[in-house]
Write a protein that binds this ligand. Sequence first.
Ligand SMILES: CC(=O)SCCNC(=O)CCNC(=O)[C@H](O)C(C)(C)COP(=O)(O)OP(=O)(O)OC[C@H]1O[C@@H](n2cnc3c(N)ncnc32)[C@H](O)[C@@H]1OP(=O)(O)O
Ligand SMILES: O=C([O-])CC(=O)C(=O)O
Length: 375
Amino acid sequence: MAEKKVGGAGLRGQSAGETALCTVGKSGTGLTYRGYDMTELAENAKFEEVAYLLAYNKLPNQAELDQYIAKIKSLRGLPDALKTVLENIPADAHPMDVIRTGCSMLGNLEEEKDFSEQTDKIDRMVAVFPSIICYWYKFSHEGVRIETATDDDSVGGHFLHMLRGEKPNDVHTAVMSASLILYAEHEFNASTFAARVCASTLSDIHSCVTGAIGTLRGPLHGGANEAAMEMIQDWKSPDEAEEKMMEMLKRKEKIMGFGHAVYTVSDPRNAVIKKWSEKLAADVGDTTLYPVSVRCEEVMWREKKLFCNADFFHASAYHFMGIPTKLFTPIFVMSRVTGWTAHIMEQRSNNRIIRPNADYVGPDPRPVPPIEDRD
Ligand SMILES: CC(=O)SCCNC(=O)CCNC(=O)[C@H](O)C(C)(C)COP(=O)(O)OP(=O)(O)OC[C@H]1O[C@@H](n2cnc3c(N)ncnc32)[C@H](O)[C@@H]1OP(=O)(O)O
Ligand SMILES: O=C([O-])CC(=O)C(=O)O
């Protein structure tokens, strides 16, 4: 890919503040959470360890992890008033709108009255977001009121259990854990920045996260995993995929799941999720979607020097686990809530309201004409 243009539109390449949470695209390790390499975490840790690291600023020892998991498990229940709201959202609503509303409603029912409550509110959101998504999905699509308080130790296992009505196998639990680790934190991406802007006004934590969810929803950000799936699902062979992609490139269309605002050579999360996608493809006997995805990757690199970002191989990996496409981005929320809330705490700990200037490009000062003289 060509050298990135810095400055100007999109604030590209400019520093907008300090963080001790994450590095993105630095030479060597690529992506680190509080100094730990993301790939190493995805290989050796559970998502709950990373969630703890982001919230409590240390990797937990065994006793701390056990206590944290027990706390998360105890916080999965939904208040009746929230269930009622979820039951009133139609089946054709977008699940990102559902989780946005769910988070906002939670803020009404369990308001953060003082910042000293922030870590408890964070643990509650980590525990309850999968419940919100699955409760609405099962009620609106199957008319079933599910029990959301499962005894699964992991957030990803809890999610798959509620979705399928049975405990997932070890491979699927491991894929979910790795996936949630990959998505957990990414410095000043758009949704995190939105959360920090909101936090900088000293607003409550549910407002900050609600705004972040709305920002993640778009196809240029978290929504790209769903958009990528919708693009590749009908292609029946790698040759057809290549032909269709070449047509899209000729029409100068954006291809979802490729490119990045910061990385220039590769997104280190892709290697991890691609490997899981390959394994899941073999497990389900897929001979189409994975080879189609690999061809897309080859074509984009050959034609545009654009690489897969975190989202592209998530599409096939989630699909192989039987997850409905429209739930892909809400899974991102289940994970990124840990990063957003760590940034909210960091912003609060050294706050100044975020309020940049704008370069004015409008008309020179002019008189207000009487209404009868206007076009
Ligand atoms: C988890 C995440 O949020 S990762 C991002 C998920 N988003 C996507 O996958 C959406 C598709 N990708 C994109 O739209 C972009 O690559 C973004 C939004 C991620 C980054 O945007 P930018 O930093 O503005 O892109 P960048 O400056 O690198 O673009 C350089 C050139 O490549 C083109 N380009 C970038 N991404 C793509 C793409 N996916 N498909 C086709 N062309 C692309 C741009 O149009 C631009 O062309 P131009 O110079 O002729 O205008
Ligand atoms: O950093 C970004 O701009 C987008 C991204 O990859 C993420 O939020 O995970």
